[in-house]
Design a protein around this ligand. Structure first.
Ligand SMILES: Cc1cc2nc3c(=O)[nH]c(=O)nc-3n(C[C@H](O)[C@H](O)[C@H](O)COP(=O)(O)OP(=O)(O)OC[C@H]3O[C@@H](n4cnc5c(N)ncnc54)[C@H](O)[C@@H]3O)c2cc1C
Length: 326
């Protein structure tokens, strides 16, 4: 659908707090990404809902941005509207915690421990937001969000508000109905988790232990996006990339980490194309040597189509294939 009518441009230019050509690199943990043609940061849920509804109705491509910790955004940026969701409220009700989509998972893990609730320590390893974590069933240390998730609130353009029981959301290892199913393009506004009453201080000690262990084995303090590839069944993507001889490989200022081969590090000044080339090299080498098809966990946004479908060969959410988000 063509969306650059004069009325569309006037609507975009008059959104609350909108900015034109806003650099996205500062909003991604990779510190990579060109400009958003239009950028808005919205805290109020009804405001975000209204903007998503209208963008979808007009056919304006939009990208919902959480903490930007699982995105590789093209150097050319995103030719549409980027909406950063920042509702960070939370409520504790017995053993349940309801959190706004913009709250960071790490913060939620600490809040739960403060409330004497246990079973969410694993989330200390996920630097993304609650919305981004629901979107792909984030997890760490063998645990996943879906194990504690009770329900999710959101907004579907053209349909309105909804509350979904967790089991209806197609949640699985780094996937959901939002990432790859019928809810693609829907907005997540809040999530409720159910934990167990327990020793909050012990939970905090466990989180400190997990963090120290991660710092020792992964390049957590660098500019990166966490795991680049999903682990294939019964194997490890890092092991495969390393065995294919690419641990430590460089493209421009980007490097496959020499500490953990499922991480790509921006050493400062790397472009999205550098990272993409490393991703493509790793996929090709692992395919050739082990006949295993690596699938990116990181989402590629705004890349030009390579041949046929946008982002071909780089995974389902790559490069803006699926309407209406990108
Ligand atoms: C150092 C490091 C370590 C990491 N470790 C882990 C780990 O152990 N386990 C793990 O699972 N991940 C890990 N990650 C990846 C990342 O933190 C998770 O994927 C996280 O869930 C992404 O959340 P986000 O808010 O950053 O999402 P973004 O990167 O901002 O967005 C990712 C996708 O989610 C969508 N999205 C975000 N918010 C919403 C919303 N409110 N409504 C609808 N869609 C939304 C976006 O549109 C986009 O498609 C790590 C990343 C880093 C940098």
């Amino acid at each position: 659908m063509s969306w650059r009518t004069k009325a569309d441009l006037v609507w975009l230019d008059t959104l609350p707090g909108v900015e034109r050509d806003h650099a996205l690199a500062r909003h991604t943990s990779f510190n990579i990404g060109g400009p958003a043609a239009w950028f808005c940061e919205l805290g109020r849920v009804d405001e975000v809902e209204r903007v998503v509804e209208e963008a979808a109705r007009r056919g304006v491509p939009y990208l919902i941005l959480g903490a930007g910790t699982n995105l590789l955004i093209a150097d050319s940026g995103f030719d549409g509207l980027v909406l950063r969701v920042v509702n960070r409220e939370h409520q504790v009700d017995g053993s349940r915690v309801r959190a706004g989509a913009g709250l960071k998972m790490m913060r939620l893990a600490r809040l739960a421990a403060d409330a004497g609730l246990v079973g969410f320590e694993f989330a200390i390893g996920v630097p993304g937001s609650v919305g981004g974590a629901v979107y792909q069933d984030a997890g760490c240390w063998g645990r996943e969000l879906r194990e504690v998730l009770v329900e999710v609130e959101g907004y579907v353009p053209g349909e309105g508000r909804a509350t979904w029981p967790a089991e209806s959301l197609g949640l699985g290892y780094r996937t959901s109905a939002f990432r790859e199913g019928p809810l693609h393009g829907a907005l997540i506004t809040a999530a409720t988790i159910e934990l167990r009453p327990g020793d909050g201080e012990a939970a905090k000690r466990e989180m400190a232990r997990l963090t120290a262990e991660r710092n020792r084995t992964q390049p957590i303090k660098t500019k990166n996006c966490g795991s680049v590839f999903k682990n294939p069944p019964a194997d490890s993507a890092g092991r495969l990339v390393e065995a294919a001889g690419l641990k430590g490989a460089w493209e421009g200022r980007a490097q496959i980490s020499d500490l953990h081969a499922n991480f790509i590090v921006n050493h400062g000044g790397a472009g999205a194309d550098d990272v993409r080339r490393l991703i493509e090299r790793a996929i090709a080498a692992v395919r050739e040597q082990f006949e295993v098809e690596l699938e990116p966990e990181v989402e590629l946004v705004g890349f030009a189509a390579s041949g046929g479908q946008a982002g071909e060969g780089l995974g389902p959410a790559a490069a803006g294939g699926s309407p209406p988000t990108r």
